[in-house]
Ligand binder design. Structure first.
Ligand code: IPE
Ligand code: IPE
Ligand code: MG
Length: 249
């Protein structure tokens, strides 16, 4: 039985790489490289704490608007990180999923994503979703288009099934590093009842202790899902378990 005080699904907006680098008089890409290191630590910490699903925002639909040099640096970094990190993730029982519009990525990057997913497809210890070229609005639109194409009625459940994260329950805890108090087009649909945790820590500085702080915050929240506090008390639950009829993880 998993520990109910540990969030089942943690989602993270990994923000602050650029500022981390700039404050050290380094090029922004150095911050992104350090961000990969922080992500490696975070994956391990999530496994150690019994988190079942980790979803991270690595590149947004809007990040194409950055200088060409930074965008191409991020694409190269994705390729390098795949080569370097997949064997470790594989050994750790982590199953990878890439979430986002792949069609705009180079065929080489696309092939790398497919291979990483294939290599880790049998793993069961933790699901690791990497949102790359992802936008919450893109996700809702592509889900709606799928329903239109298959002639289905647009219901909440049908949309939910067609969304890019249909293979996992909604995030319980959504963390944003870097001090901004906004969602920046991350999981617009799926974060309807997530607990939000914002920290000023820049992503490359986010370590195991910082994750623990976020989990401590999560434990203090009363998740009511529209009910009253008194109702929860009579039901003998600190927070109701939201039923995910269509999601499996
Ligand atoms: C987040 O860090 C990583 C990406 C968006 C790819 P930023 O690059 O946005 O870092 P700041 O916000 O400029 O510090
Ligand atoms: C959100 O960060 C996207 C990722 C972390 C990948 P941004 O840095 O792009 O967000 P804004 O532009 O400050 O809202
Ligand atoms: Mg940013």
């Amino acid at each position: 039985m998993s520990d109910p005080s540990v969030p089942h699904h943690v989602a993270i907006v990994m923000d602050g790489n650029g500022r981390w680098a700039t404050s050290r008089y380094l090029p922004r890409i150095a911050g992104h490289k350090q961000g990969v290191e922080a992500l490696r630590t975070c994956v391990q910490s999530c496994i150690d704490r019994g988190v079942a699903v980790l979803t991270v925002f690595a590149f947004s639909s809007e990040n194409w608007n950055r200088p060409t040099e930074e965008v191409s640096g991020l694409m190269d970094l994705l390729g390098m990180a795949l080569t370097r990190e997949v064997p470790r993730l594989q050994a750790n029982g982590v199953r990878m999923h890439f979430v986002g519009n792949r069609l705009q990525l180079s065929s080489k990057v696309q092939a790398g994503l497919v291979q990483a997913e294939l290599d880790t497809s049998k793993n069961q210890r933790m699901i690791f979703n990497i949102c790359f070229n992802y936008g919450g609005r893109w996700d809702i639109a592509q889900a709606a288009q799928k329903l239109v194409d298959s002639g289905q009625a647009i219901t909440e459940m049908a949309l939910d099934r067609a969304m890019a994260l249909a293979h996992v329950p909604d995030p319980d805890l959504l963390i944003r590093t870097g001090g901004e108090l906004r969602i920046s087009n991350f999981l617009l649909w799926q974060s309807a009842y997530s607990e939000f945790y914002f920290t000023n820590k820049l992503w490359p500085d986010f370590d195991a202790a910082a994750l623990d702080e976020a989990i401590v915050f999560f434990k203090t929240r009363e998740r009511r899902f529209g009910q009253t506090s008194a109702q929860l008390k009579t039901q003998g639950k600190s927070h109701p378990v939201k039923v995910h009829a269509v999601k499996v993880a």
